[in-house]
Design a protein around this ligand. Structure first.
Ligand SMILES: Nc1ncnc2c1ncn2[C@@H]1O[C@H](COP(=O)(O)OP(=O)(O)O)[C@@H](O)[C@H]1O
Ligand SMILES: [Mg+2]
Length: 274
């Protein structure tokens, strides 16, 4: 296992070893993940970046327990990683297209997952209302999604995710559809939330600045089949804000990240980049 220095952590929150997954693509079985190793310590913020189609969303689906690997293991909190280890409910997962239901109010959207898990509507509302303030949604609970800005809709989807369990939070390109300014505001907001909630976050992103700005460590995946190509330790001081992106240490990390991504760009299996 060439790239696992972070496994030195005494008790990783999440540990993935030698994960393989294939799908039938166009009638042919194709490898999508070809031996992914990664580990995330408690309270860490880790990003994953890689060409389209390299298996990033598949990886999160497997971590969340929505899909099974062909081989390899995923363990939470030092569990044995066996297939029966329950992950649903402990892992908060915001999928790539995690949309709010237009016919439910903001509050009722945020409690959707809890309700599906058998929590009563009344209890679920009480739990959601405790958090609307820190999610910048207080006063907007009874509105319908169309009346909200893109950033607020995204925060409502975040709240729905966090209510389902936040031992570890998986975010699949959460800011991809937002305009540049809203995106920066959301990045700063998420960093504050992460800090105040002591969460452990795994973020998939296409955005090199975002990956460096947010993370303790960035994993670069190869084009399909995805495996870890490079691990970038981001040893920039915190708290960070968007101003950090112009500092010399930041730009040198960015150059290394871009060089690794460029190497993958033209390879067979890379659909597009970004
Ligand atoms: N359920 C599935 N059945 C068949 N192919 C799939 C399935 N899910 C993903 N794929 C394929 O696996 C590859 C990786 O997909 P995905 O994990 O979504 O990539 P990424 O998120 O990195 O863009 C793609 O070629 C995709 O078409
Ligand atoms: Mg994806």
């Amino acid at each position: 296992m060439p790239y696992m220095p972070e496994l030195n952590h005494p008790e990783p929150k999440l540990r993935i070893e030698s994960l393989h997954k294939s799908f039938k693509i166009g009638g042919k079985r194709e490898s999508v993940l070809a031996g992914v190793d990664l580990a995330v310590g408690p309270g860490e913020f880790v990003s994953i970046i890689g060409p389209s189609g390299c298996g990033k969303s598949t990886l999160l689906n497997i971590i969340a327990g929505l899909d099974q690997p062909d081989s390899g293991s995923v363990s939470l909190n030092g569990g044995d990683g066996g297939p029966d280890q329950p992950r649903l409910g402990r892992v908060g997962y915001m999928q790539q297209k995690d949309l709010l239901l237009p016919w439910r109010t903001v509050l009722d959207n945020t409690i959707l997952g809890l309700e599906l898990n058998g929590v009563s509507r009344r209890q679920a509302r009480i739990r959601a209302l405790e958090l609307t303030e820190s999610f910048g949604l207080s006063g907007f609970e009874d509105l319908y999604p169309y009346a909200l800005s893109g950033g607020m809709r995204q925060r409502a989807a975040f709240l729905r995710t966090m209510l389902l369990g936040h031992e570890i939070i998986l975010l699949d390109e959460p800011f991809g559809a937002l305009d540049a300014l809203t995106r920066i505001e959301m990045q700063e907001w998420l960093l504050n939330l992460w800090d105040s909630m002591n969460s452990t976050i795994v973020l998939i992103t296409h955005d090199v600045d975002e990956a460096i700005l947010m993370s303790d460590r960035v994993y670069v995946l190869t084009s399909r089949p995805g495996k870890v190509k490079m691990i970038l330790d981001v040893d920039l001081p915190r708290p960070r804000d968007f101003e950090a992106v112009t500092s010399p240490p930041f730009t040198s990390l960015k150059a290394r990240l871009l060089a690794a991504l460029r190497e993958e760009k033209g390879k067979v299996g890379a659909d597009t980049w970004p």
